[in-house]
Ligand binder design. Structure first.
Ligand code: PLP
Length: 400
């Protein structure tokens, strides 16, 4: 029989993937399910982007590219970081991989040793702790209270840092909460980090264009230039341009780290798809109205859903700054009894109750390291969101 390596047995399959699969299975079994687990845009990839992919195929751009990505895509990324964040990178300081996820994994693989600590603010994206463990490191989860907007505060950061700390992960706007750091908050974190030169900052900004509040998303190296030489900014086209299946992500940062990531990629995948790279370059350099239009739609949905959820006595929900998720608190439902006589003891009990009683699929907060909450995706139509809210309201009203 096959016995997996430690690095595999120590990690688990992403709970969001598992929840989405459960929703699909129930639907295939004929159940009427409203699926709020989806972690990708419900929009199609823009036509201009698809056309660039097709043109690349026809032009014979169907071979290996440089390990670190095509010059055209790296230039597009470089200009995007300059235009939106005011950051100047050389083309050689950009690396391209098969999704932001692969780049994050490679960055950890390139830097984490046995015993290296990686500070992960909770609620966190489910993949960070397992990515750290798979690379032999130690996730150090620090809870960030709803009262702090689910964000890391300087004192908590200071207390979590040890001589073994290798990275701080900053995911802004966040999956699952939609919370984003303001300039002042980044300055305060930067102040702590400037005293601890061993700590690098892994900025996952994959949702930074899906932005609802005033101004635009901020990045720590633009606000605190003194730590730019130990900051990696990870982004990609999956979420902003509805390109999850094309699998293109990228990062910009200090040359030695980028070189290490490229070295690993050269032995792992050689390069991401040439066709997808051509499409991603078009996404970044072509018309940007898809981003503007889709964000306006997400914003309307977020406003609608937040208002509906906050009208349910058992729930409360912070308005997100960006991304396309909501992370409502379900403390008001915990301890109550369902019509079948079950006492809800946890957010997992609550999401199972929603699934079984009213057919709403969502993900329990424990999976994101913070309870009692649950995650709802709003990357689905207004009608589906209305229906989900009606059903959640009904399920909550039946609790005693
Ligand atoms: N980071 C966060 C916070 C995410 O939610 C995701 C996708 O769900 C990713 C990174 C990776 O996206 P991709 O690999 O499609 O670029």
């Amino acid at each position: 029989t096959f016995v997996p390596a430690r690095r595999v047995s120590d990690i688990s399959i992403s709970p969001s993937t598992a929840a989405a699969q459960k929703a699909r299975d129930l639907r295939n079994a004929g159940k009427d399910i409203v699926d709020m687990t989806v972690g990708e845009p419900d929009f199609d990839t823009p036509e201009t982007v698809k056309a660039a992919g097709i043109a690349a195929i026809k032009a014979g751009e169907t071979k290996y590219t440089p390990v670190n990505g095509t010059p055209a895509l790296r230039d597009a990324v470089m200009h995007d970081f300059k235009r939106r964040l005011g950051l100047n990178f050389k083309s050689s300081q950009i690396c391209v991989g098969g999704g932001g996820k692969q780049i994050l994994f490679l960055a950890l693989m390139a830097s984490v040793e046995a015993g290296s600590e990686v500070i992960i603010p909770a609620p966190y994206w489910v993949s960070y702790p397992d990515m750290v463990i798979a690379n032999g490191g130690k996730p150090v989860v620090v809870k960030c209270a709803e009262e702090d907007g689910f964000k890391l505060n300087p004192a908590t950061l200071e207390a979590a840092i040890t001589p073994a700390t290798r990275w701080l992960v900053l995911n802004s706007p966040s999956n699952p909460t939609g919370a984003a750091y303001t300039e002042a908050e980044l300055v305060a974190l930067g102040e702590v980090l400037s005293r601890h030169p061993q700590v690098w900052v892994l900025c996952d900004e994959i949702y930074d264009q899906i932005w609802y509040t005033s101004g635009s998303a901020q990045t720590i190296s633009a606000v605190v230039p003194a730590i730019a030489d130990r900051t990696l900014i990870v982004n990609g086209v999956s979420k902003s341009y509805a390109m999850t299946g094309w699998r293109i992500g990228y990062a910009a940062g200090p040359q030695p780290l980028i070189d290490a990531i490229n070295k690993l990629q050269s032995q792992m995948s050689s390069c991401p798809s040439s066709i997808s790279q051509a499409a991603a370059a078009e996404a970044l350099t072509g018309p940007q109205d898809f981003v503007t239009d889709s964000v306006a739609v997400y914003r309307e949905r977020a406003d609608l859903a937040v208002a509906r959820l906050n009208a349910i006595p058992e729930l409360s929900c912070l308005a997100p700054d960006g991304a396309f998720y909501l992370y409502p608190c379900c403390a008001g439902a915990i301890g109550k009894t369902t019509p079948s006589g079950q006492v809800l003891k946890s957010d997992l009990d609550f999401v199972i109750y929603l699934l079984e009683e009213v057919g709403v699929a969502s993900i329990h907060g424990t999976a994101y390291g913070m309870s009692p909450y649950f995650r709802l995706s709003i990357a689905t139509s207004t009608e589906v969101i209305e229906e989900a809210c009606n059903r959640i309201e009904k399920a909550c009203s039946q609790l005693k």
